[in-house]
Design a protein around this ligand. Structure first.
Ligand SMILES: [Zn+2]
Length: 260
């Protein structure tokens, strides 16, 4: 379909891109995230913002969940349609999802299995989206582009504050489908692993009931937002000073392991 999709909780195409230039508050995190002082190499599997594959934009909340070791995310439908977080007075932020493959480093999952070339959801906020948008406009799309991304400190973007373009896989003028095939060849992986994530499904808003059943702790999320904000790391007695100077470790309570 070439018509930009209209929907209650997301924008696509030009409407999605237009959101990157609007002012709004909000903080939050990225699904793909780097710990401070680390880097990764990623390749985009989409991000051309063509009529066939328009950019996707929605609002999101980051929240605390009982027993969780990482932040959780909920797509926002707005207070009027019953968003539990909006109703609690929490502000959503604008978000743009992309499908990427993390080329390096590989990582070890909970079962001790080493994973390489994993497909991941990269969700970016406005500031990074604006930078990516510049690249997109200058170089005709993000699909197939390889970046080294580095996060210099705790206060920096969790998806890295230093983005270095490395190369673009495929030939000039390639359509996204063909470029993804070129990426599969380049990485020597099954082409099936280079398919885009279906965002409207993957990011489908959950009902308040579903969120609560999943452990969403709205009071804890509210308390954190009120005390130090979703994008500011909690430092013992140190407010939001330079993260690297803060003592490592410390509490392992709710949220303590998470670098927001
Ligand atoms: Zn909301």
């Amino acid at each position: 379909m070439s018509e930009p999709q209209k929907n209650d909780w997301f924008n696509t195409g030009q409407a999605a891109v237009a959101q990157a230039t609007l002012k709004s508050g909000g903080g939050g995190a990225f699904r793909f995230y780097l710990k401070a002082g680390t880097e990764a190499q990623i390749i985009f599997l989409d991000g051309d913002n063509t009529p066939e594959e328009p950019a996707f934009n929605y609002r999101e909340h980051q929240y605390d969940a009982a027993g969780a070791r990482a932040p959780h995310y909920a797509s926002c439908v707005g207070a009027a349609r019953g968003c539990a977080f909006c109703k609690a007075g929490l502000q959503p932020y604008e978000a743009w999802p992309f499908t990427i493959i993390q080329i390096a480093p590989s990582w070890t999952d909970r079962d001790g299995k080493e994973r390489t070339n994993e497909r991941r959801l990269l969700v970016v906020k406005k500031e990074l989206m604006q930078r990516l948008l510049r690249y997109l406009q200058q170089h005709g799309g993000l699909t197939g582009t390889i970046w080294t991304v580095y996060r210099s400190n705790k206060k920096a973007y969790t998806a890295g504050d230093d983005w270095q373009f490395k190369q673009k896989v495929g030939k000039d003028g390639m359509k996204a489908d063909d470029r993804r095939k070129a990426v599969a060849e380049f990485l020597k992986i099954d082409p099936e692993r280079t398919l885009r994530i279906a965002y409207a499904e993957e990011l489908r808003p959950q009902s308040e009931q579903e969120l609560l059943a999943g452990g969403a702790d709205i009071e804890a999320t509210k308390a954190r937002a009120a005390s130090w904000g979703p994008s500011t790391p909690r430092e013992p007695g140190g407010g939001s000073r330079e993260g690297s100077a803060a003592p490592a470790g410390g509490g392992r309570g709710k949220g303590a392991e998470v670098e927001y």
